[in-house]
Design a binder for this molecule. Structure first.
Ligand code: SIN
Length: 279
């Protein structure tokens, strides 16, 4: 693999792939990228001159495209979600720890986020590894968590009554489709690496199945602060033309909202996933 792609690990999670043109990935390079994606959970590619068609074409080599039902899309490209914050807007999309699509019974594999316009300062994204976080829990807690499932929902985020949905007016839609909850194991066996991964997140997880919200909150809060620890996460600084490809089943992310008055525009292509199984 060493000769086919050049990788630089970024620490707790993620690796930068160097000297590669995503418009011209060879089959050998793609195989090496697939292994690297399973190993590192987020891949970063920089200085990519990718028109929307090439962004989509690269994504299609990993699976079917999932068109997110809540996001506005790039004009002329209905399969590309537009993640934009205008200078006059206060709130941003994804400004909290979450993993995309855990509210779906078949959650998307991951997304390829391409930076089209970055603010002069700030607008970084944090990523955390949920496999690493699981591995640093005690054996006792690991065993207990493996017996649990959790309920996830989009209602409180993308539903018509949700504060977030109201604040993001114009950039989100289809609130009527935020109407079905999903149940997943709390510890999944990662479909690519086989590693156990914690699969709960503050964005979309409501409670443990069979527990009340109040009973679930203390343990969920403990897991949230544990996963988000500095030892399990990295901070990625974008440049225009950088692309991050993350795995939703192994990672969390958080778009840092610290660039008031500047514009940031990202294009997101999401890839279909599969049903998740317990570790
Ligand atoms: C997202 O949550 O998909 C957006 C991430 C970002 O804009 O950095």
């Amino acid at each position: 693999m060493g000769e086919r792609i050049k990788l630089k690990s970024l620490g707790a999670v993620g690796a930068r792939v160097e000297d590669i043109n995503l418009s011209q990935v060879t089959p050998d390079q793609l195989n090496a990228l697939k292994q690297a994606f399973a190993d590192h959970e987020v891949l970063f590619f920089e200085d990519q001159d990718l028109p929307p068609e090439a962004h989509l074409a690269f994504a299609e080599r990993w699976g079917e495209i999932n068109v997110n039902r809540f996001f506005a899309t790039v004009p002329g490209h209905p399969a590309i979600a537009q993640v934009v914050k205008e200078p006059e807007q206060q709130g941003n999309i994804g400004g909290y720890w979450h993993t995309d699509h855990s509210y779906d019974q078949i959650p998307a594999l991951g997304s390829m986020l391409l930076a089209r316009q970055t603010p002069p300062v700030g607008g970084d994204t944090l990523f955390a590894s949920c496999t690493r976080a699981f591995s640093t829990l005690s054996e006792g807690l690991q065993q207990m968590l493996m017996s649990l499932r959790a309920v996830h929902s989009a209602r409180h985020v993308f539903g018509a009554q949700a504060e977030y949905s109201e604040a993001m007016k114009g950039r989100l839609g289809n609130s009527d489709q935020a109407n079905v909850d999903a149940v997943h194991p709390v510890v999944i066996r990662h479909p690519l690496s086989g590693k156990p991964a914690l699969y709960v997140n503050p964005g979309f997880t409501l409670r443990f199945e069979g527990w009340t919200d109040k009973e679930s909150a203390p343990l969920l809060d403990y897991l949230y602060q544990h996963i988000g620890r500095a030892e399990h996460s990295i901070r990625y600084q974008w440049r225009e033309g950088s692309l991050a490809f993350w795995d939703n089943r192994a990672t969390w992310h958080w778009a840092v909202n610290d660039y008031q008055g500047s514009r940031r525009e990202m294009h997101r292509v999401t890839i279909e996933g599969e049903e998740l199984h317990p570790a």
